[in-house]
Ligand binder design. Structure first.
Ligand SMILES: Nc1nc2c(c(=O)[nH]1)N(C=O)[C@@H](CNc1ccc(C(=O)N[C@@H](CCC(=O)O)C(=O)O)cc1)CN2
Ligand SMILES: Nc1ncnc2c1ncn2[C@@H]1O[C@H](COP(=O)(O)OP(=O)(O)OP(=O)(O)O)[C@@H](O)[C@H]1O
Length: 194
């Protein structure tokens, strides 16, 4: 997706939701997620620290039972353009990355590439009915998930986008490198890839 105007409009809509709406949507998404059983078998789950009005995934952590490991994306200098995922426990130190988004400050232990995860909760700027996604425009998730289109890995994480309904657009023309999500959950609905 390369339309900067659409991206800007969607980012603005996301940012303009008030605190109450943010909280209501985050809770509703967490309930749908649990009800659909998406996290049922997943043990290693990536989520994100929300920024700029992104849907807050943290109510999910409280809703799911203990024996799960949570991971946050980190940008690494020696793997430009790709995300790695570092295990995070509540209370562990975070520090802002180059975009100001907090990420785990200690990354020596428990770092995984994307294919080591069972489930990736993916932040997004826009999405459509077919679970195509518009991201921040740097291609981080697309690059990190590109292995999914090769068959080298028998084990693959499920990809679930979390969003506000106001981020849905009629149709996103996918680029060759865009990796479709398995589902997108909003406060109003669950969209599954057809
Ligand atoms: N919460 C969250 N964490 C995430 C992502 C995300 O989309 N959301 N990412 C998903 O990829 C990665 C970070 N990617 C990002 C890509 C661009 C910008 C950004 O704000 N770009 C600015 C200008 C960039 C600059 O300051 O140089 C912009 O577009 O206005 C932020 C994060 C990893 N962590
Ligand atoms: N698998 C890939 N290999 C190499 N380059 C890629 C790959 N995926 C995406 N890119 C590059 O990343 C750039 C941004 O892609 P795009 O506009 O689709 O990002 P996005 O999906 O909106 O962002 P993000 O994934 O960071 O949230 C593109 O110019 C593209 O060339």
């Amino acid at each position: 997706m390369s339309d900067p105007f659409l991206r800007r409009r969607l980012r603005k809509a996301r940012r303009q939701l008030n605190r109450r709406e943010q909280q209501d949507h985050a809770r509703a998404v967490a309930s749908r997620f649990v009800r659909c059983g998406f996290g049922h078998a997943a043990r290693r789950i990536a989520l994100y620290i929300p920024t700029g009005g992104e849907l807050d995934p943290w109510p999910l952590v409280e809703r799911l039972h203990r024996n799960r490991r949570w991971y946050l994306p980190v940008l690494r200098g020696h793997a430009p353009g790709r995300l790695w995922f570092v295990r995070h426990r509540p209370g562990e130190p975070l520090r802002p990355n180059r975009y100001g988004i907090p990420e785990p400050a200690r990354r020596n232990r428990q770092i995984l590439p994307t294919h080591g995860l069972d489930l990736v909760l993916v932040p997004l700027v826009g999405f459509d009915h077919d679970c195509h996604r518009i991201g921040m425009g740097a291609g981080f998730y697309d690059r990190s998930l590109a292995f999914l289109s090769s068959r080298r890995y028998w084990q693959r994480p499920r990809l679930v986008g979390l969003a506000h309904e106001c981020q849905r657009v009629d149709r996103i023309e996918p680029k060759p490198w865009d990796v479709p999500l398995d589902a997108v959950i909003t406060e109003a609905s669950v969209y599954r890839r057809r």
